[in-house]
Every structure is written in C-alpha cells, then in structure tokens.
Design a protein around this ligand. Structure first.
Ligand SMILES: [Ca+2]
Ligand SMILES: [Ca+2]
Length: 501
C-alpha cells in the first residue's frame, strides 16, 4: 500500500508535470496568472502641456521618444487633469478621487492629514496589496509629500526625489511679482548628467537592469519642463530663436471672458505676457520650455531603452502622463492653474501587452481614470470607492464612445467640463464660458451668451460637481475662496494692482 502510494506519487507528479506543460491544472491556475501579471512603468512629467510631436501642440516640438511610445500604444488626445496644479492633480490621480471629493485644491495639505482619507488605499498601495513590488523615484506625489516617516507606507523602494539639479550662480532672469526663485529660464554651462532628471532616470535604469522577480509597479517622475526651465546648450540649439514659431495669441482674447477669471489667474508668481513682451522675454521662455521638453524626452528615452534591454517590455504596461499643462502667453499669462486647454490638456499614453499600436483616442479622458484602468489591465481587485472610469473599452477600440466628460476643478466651485466637441466653464460666482473645441480648438470665442447654444450649455452643466468638499484643513497656496463678500487667496496677500494684464 505504501509502495503503491509512493508509486502513485511519482506517477502523479509525472502526470501533473506532463499535464501542466500541456495546460495548467485548475489548482495552479491562480499562481500562473499571478506570475504572468504585467508590470507597470508609470512615467510622470511635471507641467508638460501638449507640446510634443504626437500631441501637435507646438509644430516644432522635438520629442522622438514620447512619439515612439505613442506609436507603439494608444494616445489619448483629449485627456485632461482634474486640477491644473501639482498637489491637487497628483492627489487626485493617486487616490482616484476628485479635488471636489477630497477638498485638496491647493499646494497644501498632504492628503493623509485629512481624517477621512488618512487610510485611503492609493494606486501604488493597491498594487502592493496585490503582491506587486512598488518602486518610485522623482516627483510622483507633490514635492516633499509624503513626509519621510510616512514614505514606507506608500512604496516599497524610493530612489532620488525630484530636483532642479545644478543651478546657475544667480537667477538668469529677474522677474516681477516677487522674483520667485523657481520662475526662471535659459541656459548656462552645465552637463545633462548634473540635472535632477538625469539622476531620476539613472535610478530607474539601474532598477530595470536587475528587475524584481515579482511583478513590479515602478513610478518615475520627471521635473522638467517645470520652471526653472534650465537645459544645456545642445537642447537650445534644437530651437534657434530666429526660427521659433510663437503661440497664437489674439490681442483681445480675454475681452469676451468673465472678469472673474482674473481673480483665478491673479496671484501668480509666473509672469504675464505683457511683461514678457515689454522685456523681450517671450521668445526666450518659449525656447527654454521647448528645450526642457526635449531634454526630458531624452530621459524618458533612457528609461524606455532600459526597459527594452531588460527583456520585460513585452509584459510591461507603460503609461506616460503629465500632471497638467502650461500657458506660454495664451490668454495673456504664463503658468498653470486655469480652466482653459493650455492648463488642462495633457498627454496620456498607454502602451504594452494587449494595447493596440498606433491608436489615437479622441474621447474625453481624465487622469484619475488611470487607477481603474490599471486595475482592469492587471486584473487587480475592483474598487467601488474611486471617482474615475476604466479606459479599457477605449484601449480595446479607440473609437468607443465615452459617456463621461473630463472635468477640471480650480478652487471650490470653478469647473471645466470637456467632451469631444465642447468645453464649458462654470465659475463660483456663476459666470460661464463655452467653446466649440472642434471648430475653435484654441478657445478664442466664448459662446456662453449665444442663444442657440443654451441647450448644449445646459447638457454640459449637469456634469460638474455641485457639492464641492470644503477646502481640507491646512489648505493654502493658490486657493481662491469667498470670505463674507470678498474673494480672497487663502494665505496670500491681496494686491489689487496685480489684477492687471
Ligand atoms: Ca505640476
Ligand atoms: Ca476670446
């Protein structure tokens, strides 16, 4: 009997092995599935608008690596951030919740300080709970968040944080509105290897040279083209100043826009177009931004090349996104934190196993959709506490209509709603804008008062959040709220003279 059992054991092992090689038996299926789950390479770029070759936002933008990634995957050309500001955008996409849900609208606070969300499971935590190794480097959460003692709760391994890297001995441009140390641009003698983004890419490359055995979720967050837009001379040489094509900015573009929009774009350390023109700095800042975009593209390329060399590319989903866009003179300003397309429109690329190559999706998409989409792509447990919607139908067939618009929020009560045809903006004081983005992609003609569009306006208005969460405790920096009869910027001085162009 004992012999019989032993023989059966040998025999059954043999049968099992044979059977296993032909087709996995049911008991081993979950393990097999787990081992073959795709890796995720989650690449973030800071303050990158649509000035990439593949997005077409600037006809001279040179971004071969991002274009190559888009060509081997699906590019969403109508994707928008949920807030056009680092902390609120990143909090939203990492938690999968809108700013109007969390109350995080400003550069502060870190969302874990909000009682209701202190234990909320973020995107990397959801992967970690599913057995993934989670790694991160550079800027994924807003700079400085989470505090060091909380970092192990967010990711398994941390590489170098984001940073400018080497700086010139003093600012290259003396700017008005406080001469903010970050608001600067230009080139000076230094090396690409001295830059913060080079170090971030190098750490990611090192990890990919000896990748973990278990599936991994790796975030790599680049800092440029966030100001200061410093790059080495070779990137400036790609864009000779006398050949630069400048953004189209009609001189009267803001005359049909509610005056309230000036409150929202008022307290900016970034400079106005009028100042750039008066100081012959418009071309230099456009050139420096383009140079920074091309430099950061080359660092994306280093990481993607390392992924190819690792042999893991066929089983790795690559996502590339920017936290929001940036104005370079359009609507008379530079910078972010507006509800217009220069601020809200971002590149969003998915590439990897089962994702069609060369597909372009024009349906509205939101950055917070990445969370539920990755759950679907990697077969993780579903979540019912997220605000976004999976983009899986659009990744299967990019022409699949999407029911939901893309919504961007700027301080409580100010929202933009984008479909494949329209942008509708509703401000906290009731003012409105409406743009036909199919026929007026630069959003020059506000149709909100046109009688023939009232129905369209009403159909769009039903989407924006009506019960915005109050600003989370500790909210400040770039937060517009009403106190009594006054609109004020929380924690910042009011200088009426800054309400000028
Ligand atoms: Ca940013
Ligand atoms: Ca206009």
């Amino acid at each position: 009997m004992r012999l019989c059992c032993a023989m059966w054991g040998v025999l059954s092992t043999g049968i099992f092995t044979l059977f296993f090689h032909i087709t996995p038996v049911h008991s081993a299926e979950s393990d097999v599935k787990k081992d073959s789950r795709p890796n995720v390479l989650f690449i973030a770029i800071d303050d990158l608008n649509d000035w990439e070759g593949c997005m077409g936002g600037h006809p001279q933008a040179i971004t071969p690596y991002m274009d190559r990634l888009a060509a081997r995957g699906t590019l969403f050309t109508n994707a928008h951030c949920q807030a056009a500001l680092c902390n609120s955008s990143r909090t939203s996409l990492m938690t999968g919740l809108r700013p109007s849900t969390t109350g995080v609208y400003a550069l502060q606070p870190w969302f874990r300080t909000v009682e209701k969300f202190k234990d909320h499971v973020t995107l990397p935590q959801h992967f970690k709970a599913a057995g993934y190794k989670t790694l991160t480097t550079g800027k994924i959460y807003h700079g400085g968040y989470p505090p060091k003692k909380e970092r192990a709760a967010e990711y398994d391994a941390w590489g170098p944080g984001a940073g400018v890297g080497v700086r010139p001995p003093q600012k290259l441009v003396e700017t008005p509105m406080g001469n903010h140390p970050l608001v600067d641009w230009g080139t000076f003698p230094h090396k690409d290897e001295d830059k913060g983004d080079w170090k971030v890419a190098s750490w990611a490359v090192d990890q990919l040279e000896s990748p973990p055995d278990e599936p991994f979720f790796m975030s790599v967050g680049f800092f440029l083209p966030h100001v200061p837009c410093y790059a080495t001379q070779k990137w400036f040489d790609l864009y000779p100043e006398d050949e630069l094509i400048m953004p189209d900015v009609p001189i009267d573009d803001r005359t049909d826009i509610p005056y309230f929009s000036w409150y929202l774009t008022w307290y900016l350390p970034e400079v106005r177009l009028s100042w750039l023109k008066a100081n012959n700095q418009w071309k230099p800042i456009v050139r420096a931004y383009l140079a920074s975009v091309s430099f950061v593209d080359s660092q994306v390329g280093r990481v993607l090349d390392a992924l190819e060399k690792s042999g893991k590319a066929d089983n790795t989903i690559v996502i590339l996104w920017s936290d929001h866009g940036w104005h370079l003179g359009e609507k008379d300003i530079t910078g972010k934190n507006t509800l217009w397309h220069e601020s809200t429109r971002v590149p969003l690329i998915f590439a990897g196993p089962d994702i069609p190559s060369g597909a372009i999706c024009k349906q509205p998409a939101e950055l917070l959709d990445m969370f539920p989409t990755l759950i679907d792509l990697c077969h993780l447990d579903k979540r019912n506490d997220l605000d976004g919607h999976s983009l899986l139908p659009q990744l299967k067939d990019s022409s699949t209509k999407r029911k939901w618009p893309a919504i961007t929020t700027q301080s409580p009560g100010n929202h933009s709603v984008v479909t494949d045809r329209w942008r509708y903006i509703h401000y906290a004081n009731g003012a409105e804008e409406l743009y036909d983005i199919e026929n007026d992609p630069k959003e020059w003609t506000n149709l909100a008062d046109h009688q023939e569009h009232q129905e369209v306006k009403a159909s769009l208005a039903k989407w924006y959040p009506r019960n915005d969460a109050s600003p989370a405790a500790g909210s400040k920096s770039r937060l517009l709220i009403k106190k009594g009869d006054q609109w004020i910027w929380e924690g910042e001085p009011i200088i009426d003279s800054q309400l000028i162009r």
